[in-house]
Ligand binder design. Sequence first.
Ligand code: PMV
Length: 340
Amino acid sequence: MSTPTHQLNKSSLFLRNKATAKAPANIAFIKYWGKADAELNLPLTDTISMNLSACLTTTTVEFNHSFQQDKFTLNRQKLTLPSKLVNHLDRIRRLAHIKPRAKITSSNNFPAGTGIASSASGFAALTLAAAAAADLKLSALQLSALARAGSGSAARSIPTGFVVWEKGHDHASSFASSLYPPHHWHLIDVIAIVSSQEKTTTSTDGHQLASTSPYFKLRLKQLPHRIIQVGQALKTKNLQLLGETIETEAIDLHLIAMSSQPPVFYWEPATLQLIKLLPQWRSRGLPVYFTLDAGPNPHLITEAKYQVKLLNQLHQLKFINQLIVNRVGEGARLIPNPRS
Ligand code: PMV
């Protein structure tokens, strides 16, 4: 029979085994496309991003010896845990030397089916919540590296504001850190949802195919200069330099995807319809530029002072289903557990 002291320890341990974290999605200005190491999710280049204030995942993780298996609820729906998530939980359990199964309850504040990838915000929130629930004492850089092992771009959703992910050469050296806090530059990212269809090629498959493109090596050669340009543009708040560089960079990613074997087409006709309008808008005094993830929905980048003008233009376009307005967001943070 357990002693009263043992019971007390056990119950207090259970209380500490639950934690909740909130983490943003991010949009890459310099993209991660192609991996140096597929096991560790090591990129071939440094990448740079901005956190998105309006695209957040909130995740509660509870470890408990009484759970028979890991359980996962996403947006109030009970789901079978995807293997990527099980592997990540196992990684955290191994690090913390703990065995209990986990209950993960997760929700995205951005509407489902908008084609916005939730893997960055999802793995960042899961990593922070699970590490706290497992009582792991990790630095911000170690947390970022751990999130990266779950899903590469999640590394960039741990630090705040504008973020650089240094490619590194092994697990410990490949992590992201903040370049500037959110208030450094009042940029906005208006995501124009032109298609809500699930993409048919996941980014995991896209990464793998990237090196089959004849343009892949050329892109790697051009990246060091492009990284310097984005760094310079962020430092000096030069919207034109940032905008022209991120447009080239986004087109490059899609050029690689379209020329992979087999080719991957993420664009929809409406993607092109929208981005072809931007030079006209710029010539009429609205300095707005696009970037794209591995999907069809353009991210429109400009300064906050142009938000009303940009939204006025966008509201006239019938082929846009929805707009999501983001400022530069904070990184992942722990928040109080919800009352259950
Ligand atoms: O983290 P992943 O494996 O989902 O890859 C993300 C790939 C892009 O979103 C297209 C680019 C990036 O750097 O975020």
